[in-house]
Design a protein around this ligand. Structure first.
Ligand code: G3H
Length: 205
C-alpha cells in the first residue's frame, strides 16, 4: 500500500508547500499519515488539524493513518492512557461511527521514537494499546478501527515480542525498515505470528 506522510485537509486553496488529499490520491497513494509526533512538534499539527485531515482523507477514498502517543513527561506522570485517549477521540471526531473502521491508528510513544528514543517494553505499551482499541470500538459503533499499530524503536530484535505481548495488529517502523533487508526481515517476523499482519514503513522515497 503506497502512502503519503502528510497531506492538507483543504480540497484546494493557497497552501504553498502542501499537497491536497486529491493530489495524493492522484499520485497513487491509498493511505495518508497524520499526527506524527514530529509533525506535531515541528510543524504545528494539532488534534484539530488531524481530525480535519482524517475527514478529508476518507472523503477522498484514502485510509487515514492516525499517529498518537504521549511525550515522556506525560508517561512519567502516569497519564499516558488519558492523554492518548484524548488524542484518539479528537482525531476521530469528524468521522461517522461507520467510517472509523477505515482508519489505522498507530500508537507511538514519543519517548520511544528515533535515535534518542528509549525502547518500549510490551508491559508499558500494552495497556495504552488496549485502551485505543477499546475507544475505537466505543466510537465506531462496535466495529473499531481497521488496525492498531505499534511504532517507536521497533527492530528485528523486539518485533516478535511486541507482536506477541501487546494487542498490536501490526508494526509501524522507521529506521529498521529503511533497508530492503531490514523490511524483509520484519515482514518475515510478522508472518510468523499473524497472517497478513500490516507492517507499515515510514521509509521516505
Ligand atoms: O515514523 C516512524 C516512527 O516514528 C518510528 O521510528 P523509529 O522506528 O525509527 O523509532
Amino acid at each position: 500500500m503506497l502512502g503519503a506522510q502528510n497531506a492538507h485537509w483543504a480540497a484546494e486553496g493557497a497552501g504553498t508547500g502542501e499537497i491536497s488529499m486529491r493530489m495524493a490520491a492522484d499520485a497513487g497513494a491509498q493511505l495518508v499519515e497524520m499526527g506524527h509526533s514530529e509533525r506535531r512538534e515541528q510543524f504545528g499539527e494539532t488534534d484539530e488539524t488531524v481530525a480535519r485531515k482524517a475527514r478529508a482523507a476518507v472523503d477522498h477514498g484514502l485510509t487515514p493513518l492516525i499517529c498518537v502517543g504521549e511525550p515522556g513527561a506525560v508517561r512519567a506522570a502516569g497519564d499516558a492512557e488519558r492523554f492518548v485517549t484524548a488524542q484518539v477521540r479528537a482525531a476521530l471526531s469528524r468521522l461517522r461511527p461507520d467510517e472509523i473502521s477505515q482508519t489505522l491508528i498507530a500508537y507511538e510513544p514519543v519517548w520511544a521514537i528515533g535515535l534518542g528514543g528509549t525502547p518500549a517494553m510490551p508491559e508499558q505499551v500494552a495497556p495504552v494499546m488496549g485502551r485505543i482499541t477499546e475507544e475505537a470500538h466505543l466510537l465506531g459503533a462496535g466495529a473499531g478501527c481497521r488496525a492498531v499499530l505499534y511504532g517507536g524503536g521497533v527492530d528485528a530484535a523486539n518485533a516478535a515480542t511486541l507482536l506477541r505481548e501487546t494487542p498490536a495488529d501490526g508494526l509501524f517502523v522507521g529506521r529498521a525498515a529503511w533497508s530492503v533487508d531490514g523490511l524483509l526481515r520484519l515482514l518475515a517476523i510478522g508472518r510468523r505470528y499473524v497472517e497478513a499482519v500490516p507492517v507499515v514503513s515510514s521509509h521516505t522515497v
